[in-house]
Design a protein around this ligand. Sequence first.
Ligand code: PLP
Length: 408
Amino acid sequence: MIKVNENYNKLNDSYLFFKIAEKVAEYQKQYPDYDIIKLGIGDVTRALPKACIKAFHQGVDDMADDATFHGYGPSQGYDFLRDKIAVEDFQKNGIDISGDEIFVSDGSKCDTGNFQELFADDITIAIPDPVYPVYLDTNVMAGRTGEFKDGRYQGIVYMDSTKENNFIPEKPDKPVDLIYMCFPNNPTGTTISKSELGQWVEYARETKALILYDAAYEAFVRDENIPRSIFEIKGAKEVAVEFRSFSKTAGFTGTRCAYTIIPKQCMVFDRQNNQISVHSLWNRRQSTKFNGVSYPVQKAAEAVFSTEGRAQAKELISYYLGNAEIIRRAMIHLGFDCVGGEHSPYVWVDGKGRDSWAFFDLLLSKAQVVCTPGSGFGRCGEGYIRISAFNSREKVEQAISRIREALK
Ligand code: PLP
């Protein structure tokens, strides 16, 4: 008899955004004429940079001619893109990463979710709270946790990120093997300083742990003192893997292209304490389970690094950052404590004693604005909401004036 993976039974509730979508659909059914403004899910709303569209078209045209047609590409990505990323994102910033240390994929969601497959079942995992749910849920599915009780999975070491520690996760209070981090953070929108990140790298080196560093929002960092990559920290290459994505950098959420950086000196250990290269493990995994990103999409992604592409992508980011600034200022003006929104598209708003879903319901019913309840990202998110800056300027301004009216 076919048996289910019972770890799926442990998964807490439905996926957060699914539950939000259900609530919004129900509300819209009740009030079909209401114009609901969505500042919930972190999905971009503006068109791809023109330079990317041009390259995308060229890529499609290449597929129409036998002489330039591309069949299966390398699972790791085409060299033209891997080398460009290595030079433009790293080498030009003085970071020694080579093209063959870059693995191109169809998304950081898959990469951050799949990466745990490389490690033993009985490792100890440290996960920030609040957190992008993918890190946690994929480890639940893999059977690395106990049951969900009192808002937490047993067996996970949670690292609280709260007002008290400026939303920088606390070091684990017991030894851990795998540490997930995300900066600029989703959901809080906060950043980490070089010295704080340096302490984490030091910690991982001392304890022989591995850091999975999600930098999906690095392009929103506007201050050169704030690290955009963990590899800006000396010694990180031995103990960290970094995830980046074109999704938020250049509007590729529906186009799908991301990349994972695995330095060759990054090692994990077998039961006899022999060193095993993470690069070769991931290479083996991807060669077996992944057949690469489509050629036209990789051509479009390459164009992000052209002079025009860079300027156009920067304009997109500035636009969303402008929205974030409007949201942040307005919420502060309304008397809420907020973080994020300065080097991030997310503003994390303290609901002043309201619980997260109550605040969500209030904004939906009184302002027809959708946000994300902070509690959906973990126990420490209770009492907060996340407001996303991904929408048109007009909609953001409209949402803010409705929120002002609703909370008067
Ligand atoms: N990592 C974080 C922190 C995210 O917030 C998201 C998407 O919202 C992703 C990864 C997924 O990115 P991608 O579109 O590349 O799958």
